[in-house]
Design a protein around this ligand. Structure first.
Ligand code: ZN
Length: 427
C-alpha cells in the first residue's frame, strides 16, 4: 500500500474510533503512551527533563502534549487544533413518548448543517458518570449498533421541499425516533442499555453526556482514491496531522515542541478547557518554571503558533461564494487563511513564514480570504494569539461540506500537511 493511502486509512480509523472529543482524546493519549510520552496531572508536581516527552488532559476532552527542548525555555513551537465537531446532544431528561413513538430530545451543538443529520444511521456515544464507592467514576461509552433516526417527511407531504429547501425547527423537527411506544419509558430503556454496556446497575448512572453520531465509517473515494468522505474531518484531520508530526519528531531541538487540542471551539472556546482558557499558558509556564518568569516571557516572544483548522475549498456548483482570486482546490496543498477583521490570526509575516516552511517541505500552498460581502468564520488562532501574545498563522487543508455529518476532503492533502508540520518541529 502506498504511504499516502496508509496514512489516510490510519486517519479514517482514528476518526471512526473518535465519535466524541472524549474518544478522540482517549485515542490520542493511547498513541502518545505507545510512543513513549509520559502522562502528567495538573494536580501533581512535575519534574520535567530536557528532551522528555509528556502529555496531559483537561476534562478528558482537551489535550496538550509536548517534547521538552534541549533548552526547555528557549522557545515554543506550537500547533493548535480542536477536538470537537458540530453535532446533536441528548438533553438531560431526553426520553419522551409522542404519537406512538419513543423519542429523545436533543440540543444543537455548534453550527450543525442540520439537513445532513436526517435519514442517516445514527447512534450514541459520550461519557457516563457512575456513582462509585468513594467518588463518581467517568466512563466512555459508544454504542456500535444503529439506534436512532431523524426521518425526513415524505415528499408527498412536503411538496415544496425541493423549491423552498428543508426547513428544520431545532425543537420540533430534530428529536430522533428511538423506538415505538412500549411499557417502559425511553429513559428507562436507555439506562438499561447503558448499564448492560458498562456492566453496572441502572441506579448507578448519575450523569450523561451523550452525542449522536453517524455509524457509517469514513471511506476513500474517487476513481483514483483522491477523496476522503467522513464525519469530523473538521477538525480531527488537523489533530491527526499534528500528532503524527510531534510523535515522529525525534531531533534534539533546543525549542520545546507542543500540540494543544481544545474542546468547545465550535461553541466559542470560552470554557475551562477551551482555547479561551489558561490551559496552554499554564502548561508553558510550568515547563519554564525553573528558568524564572523573565526567561518564560522571553521564550514566548520568540515562539510561534500554527492554528490548524480545515479551510473552505471552492465548490464547483457554488463558485460564486468564493473570491475569484482565492479559490482553494482540494488536493492542491494546505491553505493559509487571512482576514482583515482578524477572524484569522495570520499576518504577512506569519504567512510568509508558513509559505517558506512549505517550500522547504516541497509542498504547494494556497491562500484563502472570504468574499468581502460575506462574513468570515473563525478559529482558535485569534483567541490563542490574544491569550499568549504569540505570532500566529491560520492554516488548514481544503475541504467541502464543512459541518455536514459527512464531510469531504482530499486524500492527497493529508500527507503534505504532515510534512509541513514535521518540517516545523524538526527545523
Ligand atoms: Zn474547525
Amino acid at each position: 500500500m502506498e504511504k499516502g493511502n496508509k496514512t489516510i486509512r490510519n486517519l479514517l480509523g482514528f476518526i471512526d474510533r473518535s465519535p466524541t472529543p472524549f474518544h478522540a482524546v482517549q485515542e490520542m493519549t493511547g498513541t502518545l503512551s505507545d510512543k513513549g510520552f509520559n502522562e502528567l496531572k495538573e494536580t501533581d508536581a512535575w519534574n520535567l527533563v530536557p528532551n522528555g516527552r509528556y502529555f496531559l488532559t483537561r476534562n478528558d476532552s482537551s489535550l496538550i502534549a509536548f517534547v521538552v527542548g534541549s533548552k526547555p525555555c528557549e522557545k515554543f513551537k506550537i500547533i493548535g487544533a480542536h477536538t470537537d465537531s458540530p453535532n446533536l446532544r441528548l438533553k438531560p431528561n431526553a426520553g419522551y413518548a409522542k404519537n406512538g413513538y419513543l423519542q429523545l430530545g436533543v440540543e444543537v451543538y455548534g453550527g450543525v448543517l442540520l439537513s445532513t443529520w436526517t435519514d442517516r444511521d445514527l447512534s450514541l456515544a459520550g461519557r457516563v458518570i457512575l456513582a462509585g464507592k468513594k467518588k463518581p467514576i467517568s466512563k466512555l461509552i459508544r454504542f456500535e449498533q444503529t439506534l436512532l433516526r431523524i426521518p425526513q417527511l415524505a415528499i408527498h407531504l412536503n411538496r415544496d421541499v425541493n423549491k423552498k429547501g428543508l426547513i428544520l425547527n431545532a425543537q420540533n423537527h430534530l428529536p430522533p425516533i428511538f423506538s415505538v411506544q412500549k411499557k417502559s419509558a425511553a429513559d428507562e430503556i436507555l439506562k438499561k442499555m447503558i448499564s448492560r454496556e458498562l456492566k453496572c446497575r441502572p441506579a448507578d448512572i448519575i450523569g450523561l453526556e451523550l452525542s449522536l453520531y453517524d455509524t457509517q465509517p469514513g471511506t476513500i473515494a474517487g476513481p483514483e482514491g483522491e477523496f476522503v468522505f467522513s464525519g469530523r474531518l473538521d477538525n480531527l484531520a488537523s489533530c491527526h496531522s499534528a500528532m503524527q508530526a510531534l510523535t515522529e519528531s525525534t531531533t534534539k531541538d533546543p525549542a520545546t515542541r507542543v500540540i494543544a487540542f481544545y474542546d468547545h471551539e465550535e461553541v466559542g472556546s470560552e470554557t475551562a478547557q477551551g482555547a479561551g482558557s489558561p490551559f496552554l499558558k499554564d502548561v508553558l509556564e510550568r515547563i519554564s518554571l525553573d528558568e524564572g518568569r523573565e526567561s518564560f516571557l522571553r521564550a514566548l516572544a520568540k515562539s510561534f503558533f500554527i492554528s490548524a483548522d480545515m479551510a473552505h475549498a471552492v465548490h464547483p456548483n457554488y463558485a460564486d461564494k468564493h473570491d475569484t482570486e482565492h479559490m482553494p482546490l482540494i488536493n492542491a496543498g494546505p491553505v493559509i487563511k487571512s482576514n482583515a477583521g482578524q477572524r484569522y490570526a495570520t499576518d504577512a509575516v506569519s504567512s510568509a513564514w508558513f509559505e517558506s516552511l512549505c517550500r522547504k517541505a516541497k509542498i504547494p500552498v494556497q491562500k484563502f480570504v472570504v468574499r468581502s460581502d460575506l462574513g468570515c468564520g473563525s478559529t482558535i488562532g485569534p483567541i490563542t494569539a490574544a491569550n499568549l501574545g504569540i505570532r500566529t498563522v491560520d492554516v488548514g487543508n481544503p475541504m467541502l461540506s464543512m459541518h455536514s455529518i459527512r464531510e469531504m476532503a482530499g486524500a492527497k492533502d493529508h500527507l503534505p500537511l504532515i510534512k509541513a508540520f514535521k518540517e516545523y518541529f524538526i527545523a
